[in-house]
Design a protein around this ligand. Structure first.
Ligand code: S3P
Length: 173
């Protein structure tokens, strides 16, 4: 049964650097949906960048804000929701995401993710000076969670546009 049903939304999940926002923008264009970037909404709500939320209030406070912001989306339709990489850590987030619509995991090779995000100062969990060991462990611990998505899309070396087209094809089949 096709997963792409009128008036629902699409939720993109995946590790930091998987391209959720860029692929999300292409998907929104392709489907004529609105793009909602959850991290962007969180920073608006907090009035400061994510790195500052982590530095001043800690990761726990960020996770509370992330869940609360996700829950505000419940009445939306025809939106592509690009989430942050850690959204998969709480079961209540899964319930909220499943209510929005089909969940798509953007699967990208670890070497690519590592190259894209290690040392990124705007991503507190990637801004580490241990050569990437903790980041790798975080990635490994999350893969089984990401794989609970309705659709797993192996992004290979495709452009964001190509990935978006393959998502639509995957959801329609
Ligand atoms: C996080 C990923 C970030 C952001 C925050 C925490 C994570 O989003 O939500 O820094 O725990 O993986 P991106 O996946 O868009 O980088």
């Amino acid at each position: 049964m096709p997963l792409l049903v009128n008036n629902r939304n699409l939720v993109l999940i995946g590790f930091m650097g998987a391209g959720k926002s860029t692929v999300g923008a292409e998907l929104a264009r392709l489907l004529d949906y609105r793009l909602i970037d959850l991290d962007h909404l969180i920073t608006e709500r907090a009035g400061c960048p994510i790195r500052e939320i982590f530095a001043q209030e800690g990761e726990g406070a960020f996770r509370e804000l992330e869940t609360a912001t996700l829950k505000t989306l419940a009445s939306l339709n025809r939106c592509v929701v690009a989430t942050g990489g850690g959204i998969v850590g709480r079961s209540e987030n899964w319930l909220a995401m499943r209510r929005l619509g089909p969940i798509v995991y953007l699967e990208v090779a670890w070497t690519t993710l590592n190259r894209r995000v290690l040392g990124d100062r705007e991503r507190p969990l990637a801004d580490q000076e241990d050569g990437g060991t903790r980041l790798r462990n975080l990635y490994e611990s999350r893969v089984p969670l990401y794989r609970q998505a309705d659709l797993i899309l192996d992004c290979r070396n495709d452009s964001p546009r190509q990935v978006a087209e393959r998502i639509v094809a995957g959801l329609e089949s």
